[in-house]
Design a protein around this ligand. Structure first.
Ligand code: NAP
Length: 250
């Protein structure tokens, strides 16, 4: 028996990276996990296979986010597999590291559609499916609170908006015992950060230097923080912005 046995979770963007780490972690704690993906169906199936190989239970939910009606489509797909849920992790997201001079309206709209609008409407339509006592974790970023990489400004703005959603929705859903928090990773080794970490000469060393702990973060580092908030141990934490940056904040 794990601490989440009998609970159902949905993790968006769980085909790869941090989302996959969270899905595997929640499954290890006993939750049955919906592994959401956009384009990477094969990778999502691999996540499910890894969970099952470790003795857990999972299913895929495939819906591309960022267009009209995406949240309703996601829940329609989810409903085919489960009757309600206890834990929702809004993790799917995209980034950009281009300066303001180079960002056009199309890129700006896409960032906000995937990183802000999608979680907002996933929550709007998911609130009725979340059981009382449920938990919501929105994956933010340390960049929402530090200007250490100002060329990530537009991306950081989306995470700032997501943090307001966490804070204010915690007041709305608190009456039902549902907790809502943001978890803010620092630089984590994933496909998203590979161009900086692995394809620049000193990206890895720079990332190590930013963290007080002198290393680059892993998906598991973030997943453990999410698992705490998803468990009863996190029962008195809501409306919070939880720093999971490995001491990267100034
Ligand atoms: P990643 O490796 O690029 O994976 C992104 C995940 O999100 C994939 O599963 C992808 O699914 C899904 N996704 C992206 N766009 C989507 C869309 N339009 N529709 C549906 N699914 C979509 O990213 P990551 O580094 O793990 O980041 C995960 C979250 O952590 C993001 O919100 C990111 O902003 C945040 N974060 C990351 C870091 C970091 O250093 N890596 C730091 C702070 C915050 P498909 O491949 O199936 O489309």
């Amino acid at each position: 028996m794990g601490v989440l046995t009998g609970r159902t979770a949905l993790v968006t963007g769980a085909s790869r990276g941090i989302g996959r780490g969270i899905a595997e972690r929640l499954a290890r704690d006993g939750a049955r996990v919906g592994v959401h993906y956009g384009r990477s169906e094969a990778a999502a199936k691999e996540t499910v296979a890894a969970i099952e190989a470790a003795g857990g239970s999972a299913f895929t939910v495939g819906v591309e986010l960022g267009g009209r009606g995406d949240a309703e489509a996601l829940w329609a797909e989810f409903d085919r597999h489960a009757d309600g849920l206890d834990i929702l992790v809004n993790n799917a997201g995209i980034g950009t590291s281009r300066p303001i001079e180079q960002i056009g309206e199309e890129e700006y709209d896409r960032l906000f559609a995937v990183n802000v609008k999608a979680p907002f409407f996933i929550l709007k339509h998911g609130m009725t499916r979340l059981r009382d006592g449920g938990r919501v974790v929105n994956i933010s970023s340390g960049l929402a609170r530090t200007a250490v990489m100002p060329h990530n400004m537009a991306y950081a703005m989306t995470k700032g908006a997501l943090d307001v959603l966490s804070r204010d929705l915690s007041k709305v859903l608190g009456a039902r015992g549902i907790r809502v928090n943001s978890v803010a990773p620092g630089i984590i080794d994933t496909d998203n950060t590979a161009p900086f970490l692995r394809e620049t000469e000193d990206g890895w060393a720079q990332a190590e230097a930013i963290s007080a702990l002198g290393r680059v973060g892993t998906a598991a580092d973030v997943a453990d923080v999410v698992a705490f908030l998803a468990s009863d141990a996190g029962r008195w934490v809501t409306g919070s912005w939880v720093d999971a940056t490995g001491g990267s904040m100034p």
